[in-house]
Design a protein around this ligand. Structure first.
Ligand code: AMP
Ligand code: GLY
Length: 420
């Protein structure tokens, strides 16, 4: 098969790494890719948010299967364009990707399917939203309806903070994403993520994970895209997973099918778990980044088989051979991230590090220049290891980090603390 992966982050590098190991993969192209992906695939420039361009590219390069990594091309309908051109595709339609692109839509689906989630109200103007906050009191959660690059959620501990968030959103600080606002009950408990493939009707769980959103140790500092992750997440026990599938995930998939907008792709469900009861925090229509890195580390080559089974509507018969193992990834970011940081600083020592099925450095914001690896983004490397226990995986990941020579980078030293 000729396979195309769209995207250029650590998520896509880990997908490329897993796909490449499967003998079904004859030729792998990544667009646009990064310096790490360039070591295992052919990286080519492409406007991945333009469906016409992506379809034309697939024609030129005889692509048999296209895997869409990030949310932007999904929301832009690239999967719809690919399917209309009869190209086998992994990734939901724009309609189905509304589960990520609109918080109000997700709430409506929860209502229709009876899935447990935070109580909420939905507003199109500031006056009514302010009155609701004053009536409900704090803590309370204010969310911009649309895609806001992970910044559209304000967990307000005081009424003042919540009112300020509402004013900001309706003043246009979040652009179109803030034209509508969802205000939610503040939920307490432990957060974890569950990843499930759906072919429109059947589902296949492909792992659990926990992320670390804050920039610094001890969950301090500003919110980021994620500074590290591990899989499995102990709080998502077999019993909690079964409950989550029966009460939340399958009813969502059924409701989407009933509406004529079947969900086909990976559904990333974020849960708040308290006393063994999961409630939905949010859905994403893609793999998490860096959660994908730990899932791929555990799945290896069989990831391609299940992604194809998903795209071909054969999930009812698909199976995963789980090893009784753990994976952990630590993100190396440029000093200053998630705020301003230096670009094009040189990373040394990477080539000398031996990598194998239990230790991989997935690249995110890197580029190759005159044979040197440069850091070009905020999150730069995902140092990932697998072990018989979480503690072993963590020790191996930090051991790899010690071998990297990059004075402009920083990382958290406590990834996995909650589970350990
Ligand atoms: P979201 O983008 O919806 O995942 O929200 C980002 C983060 O805000 C989540 O990972 C939670 O930590 C927090 N959050 C969102 N909604 C709630 C809620 N209703 N109660 C408590 N925390 C929440
Ligand atoms: N790591 C969080 C996300 O991918 O949304």
């Amino acid at each position: 098969m000729n396979i195309l992966i769209l995207g250029s982050g650590g998520r896509e590098h880990s997908l490329a790494w897993a796909v490449k190991q499967n003998p079904k993969c004859d030729h792998l192209i990544c667009a646009p890719g990064n310096a790490g992906m360039a070591q295992i695939a052919n990286c080519m420039p492409l406007d991945i948010n333009n469906g016409r361009d992506v379809v034309a590219f697939c024609g030129e390069h005889n692509i048999d299967f296209c895997i869409i990594g990030p949310e932007a091309p999904l929301a832009a309908g690239v999967a719809d364009d690919l399917r209309a051109a009869n190209i086998l595709t992994f990734g939901p339609s724009a309609q189905a990707a509304q589960l990520e692109a609109s918080k109000a839509f997700t709430k409506e689906i929860c209502d229709a399917s009876g899935a447990p989630t935070a109580d909420y109200a939905h507003f199109k103007d500031a006056k009514a939203a302010r009155a609701y906050i004053i009536q409900q009191g704090a803590p309370i959660v204010v969310k911009a309806d649309g895609l806001a690059a992970g910044k559209g959620v304000i967990v307000a501990m005081t009424v003042q903070e919540a009112l300020a968030a509402v004013d900001d959103m309706f003043d246009g600080s979040f652009g179109e994403a803030g034209a509508e606002v969802v205000i939610e009950e503040f939920m307490t408990g432990e957060e974890a993520s569950f990843f499930v493939l759906s072919d429109g009707t059947s589902i296949l769980p492909i792992g659990t994970a926990q992320d670390h959103k804050r920039a610094y140790d001890g969950d301090e500092g500003p919110n980021t895209g994620g500074m590290g992750a591990y899989s499995p997440a102990p709080v998502l026990t077999e019993t909690v997973q079964a409950k989550a599938l029966a009460e939340i995930v399958q009813p969502t998939i059924d409701e989407m099918a009933k509406r004529g907008t079947p969900y086909e792709g990976v559904l990333y469900a974020g849960f708040m778990i308290k006393d063994g009861q999961p409630r939905l925090v949010e859905y994403n229509a893609r793999f998490g980044d860096p959660e994908c890195q730990v899932l791929m580390m555990r799945l290896g080559a069989q990831a391609l088989d299940v992604l194809i089974a998903c795209a071909e509507h054969r999930l009812a018969d698909a199976k995963i051979n789980w090893a009784d193992d753990h994976a952990l990834t630590v993100v190396l970011a440029a000093k200053g991230y998630p705020n301003a940081y230096k670009k094009n600083t040189q990373i040394n020592g990477l080539r000398a590090i031996s990598q194998n099925s239990k230790a991989q450095i997935f690249h995110a914001g890197t580029a190759l220049s005159n044979d040197k690896i440069l850091a070009t983004g905020g999150r730069v490397l995902n140092v990932t290891a697998r072990g018989e226990s979480l503690a072993a995986a963590r020790a191996a990941a930090y051991d790899l980090i010690d071998q990297i020579d990059w004075s402009e980078g920083f990382y958290r030293t406590d990834i996995g603390w909650r589970a350990l």
